[in-house]
Design a protein around this ligand. Structure first.
Ligand SMILES: [Zn+2]
Length: 315
């Protein structure tokens, strides 16, 4: 490259139109998934509207609104009326997510319906698997996850997304579901950025934490091993979660693997910007668009974000 003064990179930054011509990364609504929480009743969330909770009836109305705005895909989380030790609400035929799936499938045949597959919203102790003497039991949990995934697909899910981080869960689900796409939360970190989600989903562990199964935030090579295993077990999409504090992980996964890569722009990332904007420190739209662009630039093909509905109106 010739040096200054022959080379002046500012030449292409002079106008909006010039910048747009040479822009490397663009946001396309087709790549975004809106997470939705379904529970026994609707609970609007004034501070974090993207994290409101909907009854089955209201989630159908919200999905219709999202579809009309051009949103193509939803990720469903369920909050059951009652929890138990095992988390049996996760796989019940008339569980909350299963009922929502049937209602949504009937009304919105074209929407892609992805379901979160985990037990933590359904267990009374809030852990993602079977708990014995304070320890989450890996292998005993696998059957329950596979049962949950099968019940989701039978109720109309297009894809399942296991988020528990048990070893071998992708293989267990793949064996039970040879056809359905699996979006594996492959590199899911034990992150401090899940706080608002746990409030909405009522899924905070009552004792202990999730560091015994979710990944250590300090590790990136381990993330690649997790991805490799999930692919070998039959995953179709690899996800990195959270997104913004882990853009290097996203990039590393993108460079190593050919499959679609997803990023989860988590509740804490959303809430930080919302809180700063509410105090006048940041412009929400600009900060959100910059965040989502950074996630795409780092290598995500698809992004799960609470800003998806806003994005539909912004771009
Ligand atoms: Zn969980």
């Amino acid at each position: 490259m010739s040096a200054f003064p022959a080379t002046r990179l500012r030449r292409l930054r002079r106008t909006d139109a010039l910048r747009s011509l040479v822009r490397e990364t663009r946001l396309d609504l087709d790549d975004f998934v809106q997470p939705l929480f379904v529970g026994p009743s609707s609970v609007p969330n004034a501070e974090l509207p993207g994290m409101s909770r909907y009854s089955v009836e209201d989630v159908v109305a919200e999905a219709a609104e999202l579809a009309a705005l051009g949103v193509k895909a939803l990720l469903l989380f369920g909050i059951p009326e009652e929890k138990d030790d095992e988390g049996s609400g996760a796989w019940e035929e008339d569980g909350i997510v299963q009922r929502a799936l049937r209602a949504l499938r009937a009304e919105q045949p074209a929407l892609v319906l992805v379901t979160d597959v985990c037990l933590c919203e359904y267990t009374s102790h809030g852990h993602c698997g079977v708990l014995r003497e304070g320890e989450v039991q890996n292998d005993e949990t696998l059957d329950l996850l596979a049962r949950t995934a099968v019940s989701h697909v039978e109720a109309g899910a297009d894809a399942v997304a296991p988020s528990d981080m048990m070893d071998g869960r992708v293989g267990a689900i793949r064996e039970a579901l040879p056809e359905a796409p699996i979006v594996a939360y492959a590199a899911k970190y034990a992150s401090a950025f899940y706080g608002p989600f746990r409030d909405v989903a009522e899924s905070a562990p009552s004792e202990g934490d999730r560091r015994g199964y979710q990944m250590d935030p300090a590790n990136v090579r381990e993330a690649l091993r997790e991805c490799e295993l999930d692919l070998a077990e039959g995953a179709d999409v690899l996800m990195v979660k959270p997104a913004l504090p882990y853009l290097d992980v996203l990039r590393a996964v993108r460079e190593r693997f050919e499959c679609p890569v997803a990023a989860y722009n988590v509740s804490g990332e959303y809430a930080m910007v919302k809180a700063a904007a509410a105090r006048g420190h940041l412009d929400e739209r600009a900060a959100a668009l910059e965040s989502l662009t950074a996630i795409k630039r780092a290598g995500a093909d698809l992004v799960f974000s609470y800003w998806t509905k806003d994005l539909a109106q912004w771009i």
